[in-house]
Design a protein around this ligand. Structure first.
Ligand code: UT7
Length: 323
């Protein structure tokens, strides 16, 4: 028994924040942001929109693309670090919104930008074990709510959005393998100050907690770890680099993506890029890129895809997929 990607969906909030908009509120420039990151625009939620709201749009699109109905879904795995509530988890809220099977497992995974790959990995294993037939896998984030508007090293990078896939049980291999990793020794390089840890007085949830990132250290680790994990995914399947049709990378920085493509000897025409328009949407970035490539007809059934992500934790991972 295998799982295969039966449908994909994506959603972006309406508000567009361009590099020129950011130039007006912080010491930066359109030229610097383009050159150092590849980002031109990113999206931002309005005050009345949330992670689960966006996830609902992406999930409905993925379920429809799979030719299914919400009541067919029997597992929800949701990657996010910007949940609507501390609990119930975002997958449970989504289950009720969509009207999926009552009683089906629904859980979220905090693996930062690798959240979708982690969720995909777990959902795939449920299906392979025969414990689910149609799993909804979501990555959705409202990073704008945890980004310091005055911090030019992060405010230029992050955007909001949601992506989703439906994994269905299949006799033929779809997800060939997944590879997820973490190294908590680097937790201090990229983190959000929010949470309920030391220093928080009982009964308080202070606002103003933001992402903090040591950009160039994270950059170097991302290049190394992503280079390793894409080779690990190919080796685990006895496949050579030239078997790949598409790289569907986490959209953190164009230079990181180029380094991974070089490692795979893949021309940039074989890489699905959304970074220019979306910025870094953390766990939403891989499923949004996948959905973009599928919907514009570049990614075709039967092609071999390599999905990868790297994020705070640090966490990283990859999935090799026969689409
Ligand atoms: O998705 C999770 C994983 N996240 C990532 O993978 C992000 C990884 N990191 C990066 O993408 C890059 O490190 C950044 C885009 C964040 C920064 O690029 P960089 O090439 O590593 O720049 P840097 O931090 O080494 O800074 C270079 C210079 C500094 O000035 P000095 O010290 O050389 O005078 C910074 O102060 O650029 C300056 N700088 C900026 N200038 C204009 C930093 N941010 C900005 C900015 N606009 N927004």
């Amino acid at each position: 028994m295998y799982s295969r990607i039966a449908g994909t969906g994506g959603y972006l909030p309406q508000q567009v924040v361009s590099n020129s908009d950011l130039e007006k509120v912080m010491e930066t420039s359109d030229a610097w942001i383009r050159e150092r990151t590849g980002i031109v625009r990113r999206r931002r939620v309005g005050a009345e929109e949330s992670t689960v709201d966006m996830a609902e749009h992406a999930a409905r699109a993925a379920i429809a693309a799979a030719g299914l109905k919400p009541e067919d879904i029997d597992l929800i795995a949701f990657g996010t670090v910007t949940p609507d509530l501390i609990f119930p988890n975002s997958a449970v809220l989504l289950q009720a919104r969509l009207g999926c099977k009552r009683g089906c497992p629904a859980f979220s995974m905090e693996a930062a930008c690798s959240g979708f790959i982690y969720a995909l990995s777990v959902a795939d294993k449920f299906i392979r074990a025969g414990e689910a037939k149609h799993a909804l896998v979501v990555g959705a984030e409202t990073l704008s709510r945890i980004t310091d508007p005055a911090d030019r090293t992060t405010a230029i990078l992050f955007g909001d959005g949601a992506g989703a896939v439906v994994l269905s049980a299949s006799a033929d291999p779809g997800i060939l393998s997944t590879h997820v990793h973490a190294d908590g020794a680097h937790a201090d390089l990229l983190y959000c100050t929010g949470g309920l840890g030391r220093g928080k007085a009982p009964g308080t949830m202070p606002p103003g907690d933001f992402i903090r990132m040591a950009g160039s250290e994270v950059f170097k680790l991302a290049v190394t770890r992503l280079g390793q994990v894409v080779e690990e995914a190919l080796a685990a399947n006895g496949l050579e680099k030239n078997a790949l049709d598409w790289l569907v990378p986490h959209q953190a920085n164009m230079r990181i993506i180029q380094a991974t493509a070089r490692k795979l000897d893949l021309p940039m025409e074989r890489v699905i890029l959304t970074i220019e328009e979306h910025g870094n949407t953390s766990s939403a970035s891989v499923p949004l890129a996948l959905d973009a490539g599928v919907r514009d007809g570049r990614i075709k059934r039967g092609e071999l895809l390599l999905l990868e992500a790297f994020g705070g934790g640090i966490t990283w991972g990859a999935a090799l997929v026969r689409y």
